[in-house]
Design a protein around this ligand. Structure first.
Ligand code: HT7
Ligand code: ZN
Length: 896
């Protein structure tokens, strides 16, 4: 396989200063005339000009208006004997491509009769020959020509400078983007679209036109996206002093898209899933996702577009930083401290289930990878979520104001440039020369170069005579592929201490200089494999609260007894660690139950997994009127099956499922009166609002209904399923409707079937709602082992379409990634199905296929008989001769 290595980076041999593109748009054959001003890079060794190109038909190449000699070598257009003029030369290339055959959705493609582009990471080379690398930045002028009736709206980056009529019912629009940009930020859209528009005036007095383009009929679903955009603009001004630099900012939605959205300069292209939302069709989660994705793409305008990446190994430079920014934006929008904590918990749950698993598996890679075969495989949770945690640790180490200073310095130094992760870290450290970050910068940057999750072991020792309490920490990172030896990481640990009755204690940290001033919390900074910290004047053995707010992306091991966890669960003033205490306790109980029985010898699941004391603690949480509903909901959620699997060396997915289900049923039974009270107390009749508070109340009510329906499945009670069906029918919003339907489906109640039929009937013309319909069925419990059969049946449904990534994800991925008990079958049929779908998708859309391929990343940890079936399925895929390099990289790494 051909491997791209970070250490092989060389600056480009040429610069492309300006690009003038003219498109004659036709679905079957689009003509592209590309006129560039090219100049040799004096700093690079002399080489021919090698332009990237893929799936293009080349018609003409002219240099300074004359026919030029060129070669096509491995997909590259190679031009030598070029003019040696310092001022450069004109290069004109004429090609055609076939957008309607482009099922890969990279480059120029057609979705429902509209042209769209997707150029990140390497899609521009599917539009024209170019130096398709992020460090080549150019000024673009783009003319779009198309049939006016079929494509009335013609959009590209920047400002509209001209438009008019052409012969034969055609028309044109000319766009100019004054900002230099890399080719991956180029975009065009042409089709029958309508826009919600809003004029805004920024703080600095500049006026801007904001537009959200959708298909006719979807306009009334764009209000939330527009409000989210306006909020994002205001937030970036307030929090970072970054203003919108364009006259016009456009968002366009498409239903065929490989990812969530794309930050093309001034012309963001979005998956409809992250734009369209109204209360009838979108859930609270959808509303909140729209807000955060609109924010994320908007924030890229500075972190990604104004300053971009030197090469794709630096991808986290823009993605980690922008995820950090969108997380902070969502927290600020959520409002209360409790709502902020809920958002933090949700982010950490994603990190710990998906990213920690990635870091422990065959695809483990550093936040700044050293090599790749296919860059599209590196848009990962490590680059995004772990990358955001690295930025968050910098923020913790230099503080809020210091971080803002650092970001300002970063823009002062690098605006308009293509830079590296080192440049970012250096700017934050240089702006805060007295900080621990500046002191420890070379070690801190190991977060960029070392893969794997650090494990931190904490031991507390109280010295009654000296009245001191010492916390001793050791840290260790397990080997990952290609990295057998690891160095200690810099780990900021926010720490507090509590008395045995849960009172917060004042901390007096002893240092070489003496005793530091008393504080309720300290940030201890680990940087060695063994370190101890001593607190003075601690009369009794305290209970430590470590890693508050999840201040570093590590696994913390501490031997706290159940009593201590109970105290923290009830009293920790840090909501994250309060939640974490409950999770730690639940995890310990569930893992003990999983390990306690031989699954094959034990037909019935462990009947009582949770002791009365644990249930009592949760009962208090559920009864506490001071707590926000969203927080109560999270406290009452047991660790997921995926998270539990992550804690085990040998995984029996069926056993994990049985035990978690048993615990869930126990909570349903033991807390039935509380669930009823919760349901009654959260019957809001007010107008629907998707804010964090209201969404939290709906989520908690949904959990109550879910539990009561689960219990009804045991007792035969008809009341709660009846109420669920009623709610399903009468709900005034999609959140309540879908939650009620979910309760019926997961309880396996007979009313689930008519409800599903009715749901389909109601929403058969709403693609995003149909996705939910497929997804719910694909992730439903595997009653009698029929889950796989159900999914296979649904693949034959008239509304299923493997070519549409959202639909493929909602059915196939929901089954393989979110329904472990149905997917991991003892007969291996789930894996065979997975292999069939990877092979089928590979021929349509290699990027989506490669994502699906990752569902078996952790196959080596599986217990038998799962493991040998999984291996056979992987080997079957590996043996395919027409495998894309995307899928091949994933499968080969899994089989190493
Ligand atoms: N920067 C965007 C990445 C992206 C992408 C990458 C590969 C293939 C298709 C893609 N669509 C969007 C998304 C983001 O992080 O904002
Ligand atoms: Zn991004």
């Amino acid at each position: 396989p051909s491997v791209v290595r970070r250490q092989d980076y060389l600056p480009p041999a040429f610069w492309i200063d300006t690009v003038d593109l003219c498109f004659d748009l036709e679905p079957a054959k689009t003509r592209v005339l590309n006129k560039m001003r090219v100049r040799r890079n004096p700093a690079a060794p002399e080489q021919p000009l090698r332009l990237h190109g893929e799936a293009l038909n080349l018609a003409r190449v002219l240099v300074n208006g004359q026919g030029a000699s060129f070669k096509l070598e491995d997909g590259l257009l190679v031009l030598s004997n070029l003019p040696d003029d310092e001022a450069g030369f004109d290069l004109e290339i004429f090609t055609t491509c076939q957008p309607d055959k482009n099922t890969l959705l990279s480059g120029l493609f057609v979705s429902q009769g509209t042209f769209f582009t997707q150029c990140e990471a390497e899609g521009f080379r599917r539009i024209t020959y170019f130096l398709d690398r992020p460090d080549v930045m150019s000024v673009y002028t783009v003319t779009l020509r198309a049939d006016k009736a079929a494509y009335p709206v013609l959009l590209s980056n920047g400002n509209l400078v001209e438009q008019g009529e052409l012969e034969g019912g055609r028309h044109y629009a000319k766009w100019h983007d004054p900002f230099r940009k890399p080719s991956y930020l180029f975009a065009l859209v042409a089709g029958q679209l309508v826009a919600r528009e809003q004029h805004i005036k920024a703080r600095n007095g500049c006026e801007h036109l904001l537009q959200v383009y959708v298909r006719p009929g979807d306009l009334e679903k764009t209000e939330h996206a527009m409000q989210s955009l306006i909020a994002s603009i205001a937030w970036d001004e307030t929090r970072f002093g970054l203003h919108l630099d364009l006259e016009r900012f456009m968002i366009v939605a498409t239903s065929d898209f490989n990812m969530g959205a794309m930050e093309n300069k001034g012309l963001n292209i979005f998956n409809t899933k992250y734009v369209l939302a109204n209360q009838a069709t979108a859930t609270d989660t959808d509303f909140s996702n729209v807000e955060s994705v609109v924010g994320h793409e908007y924030f890229h305008n500075w972190t990604g577009n104004r300053i971009t990446c030197r090469d794709w190994f630096q991808l986290s430079l823009k993605e980690g930083l922008t995820v950090f920014r969108d997380q902070e934006f969502s927290m600020d929008m959520a409002g209360s401290d409790s709502a902020r904590a809920v958002k933090r918990i949700e982010d950490v749950r994603l990190l710990r289930t998906v990213q920690f698993a990635e870091d422990a598996g065959p695809m483990a890679h550093p936040v700044r990878p050293d090599s790749y075969q296919e860059i599209n495989n590196f848009y990962t949770v490590t680059i995004y979520e772990k990358g955001a945690e690295v930025v968050r640790m910098m923020h913790t180490l230099v503080g809020e104001a210091g971080f803002r200073k650092g970001v300002s310095l970063y823009f002062e130094r690098h605006d308009g440039q293509a830079v590296t992760c080192d440049d970012f870290a250096q700017a934050i450290a240089d702006a805060n020369p007295e900080s621990e970050l500046a002191r420890l910068l070379p070690q801190f940057k190991r977060w960029y170069s070392q893969a794997g999750t650090p494990h931190v072991y904490a031991v507390g020792q109280h010295d009654a005579a000296a009245q001191t309490y010492t916390l001793t920490f050791t840290q260790k990172i397990k080997p990952t592929p290609g990295q057998p030896d690891k160095q200690p990481a810099v780990i900021p640990l926010r720490v507090a201490l509590f008395s045995a009755s849960g009172q917060p204690l004042q901390l007096q940290l002893q240092s070489a200089e003496g005793i530091e001033p008393a504080a309720s919390e300290h940030t201890l900074v680990l940087h060695d494999s063994l370190q101890a910290f001593t607190f003075a004047n601690v009369p009794e053995a305290p209970i430590p609260s470590i890693l508050r707010g999840f201040s570093a992306p590590v696994v913390l091991h501490q031997n706290l007894g159940d009593e201590a966890l109970e105290v923290l669960l009830e009293h920790d003033s840090d909501p994250f660690n309060r939640w974490e205490a409950g999770q730690q306790w639940a995890q310990r109980l569930l893992l003990a139950a999983i390990g306690a029985g031989d699954a094959s010898a034990e037909a019935a699941p462990t009947p009582t997994v949770l002791p009365e004391r644990f249930i009592d603690a949760l009962r208090q949480v559920l009864r506490d009127p001071q707590l926000d509903a969203a927080f109560q909901d999270l406290m009452l959620t047991l660790p997921s099956e995926a998270y539990l699997a992550e804690q085990l060396d040998v995984v029996d997915p069926q056993r994990i499922h049985q035990v978690r289900q048993a615990a869930q049923r126990q909570l349903a039974r033991a807390l039935a009166p509380e669930w009823q009270a919760v349901w009654e107390a959260h019957q809001d009749t007010g107008a629907y609002r998707p804010d964090a508070q209201s969404a939290g109340r709906r989520a908690l009510a949904a959990k109550a209904l879910f539990m009561l329906c689960l219990l009804a499945a045991e007792t035969g009670d008809a009341v709660w399923p009846g109420k669920a069906y009623q709610r399903f029918k009468d709900a005034g919003n999609m959140t309540d409707r879908l939650n009620a339907l979910t309760a019926l489906v997961h309880a396996g109640h007979p009313l689930a079937e008519p409800a599903l039929t009715r749901f389909h009937q109601l929403f058969k013309n709403e693609a995003l709602v149909l996705d939910k319909w497929f997804q719910l069925q694909a992730s439903a419990p595997d009653a009698g082992g029929r889950g796989l059969h159900k999914v296979q049946q649904l693949m034959q449904h008239a509304d299923f379409n493997l070519k549409n990534p959202n639909r493929a994800r909602s059915l196939i991925f929901a089954f393989t990634n979110a329904n472990p008990a149905a997917f991991h079958r003892e007969d291996g049929a789930g894996y065979q199905f997975w292999a069939d779908q990877v092979i089928a998708l590979n021929a349509i859309n290699a990027q989506v296929a490669a994502r699906l391929a990752r569902a078996l990343d952790a196959w080596r940890k599986l217990d038998e008989p799962f493991r040998h079936h999984a291996e056979a399925a992987l080997r079957r895929v590996a043996a395919q001769d027409k495998l894309s390099k995307d899928v091949r990289e994933i499968i080969e790494k899994a089989l190493v």
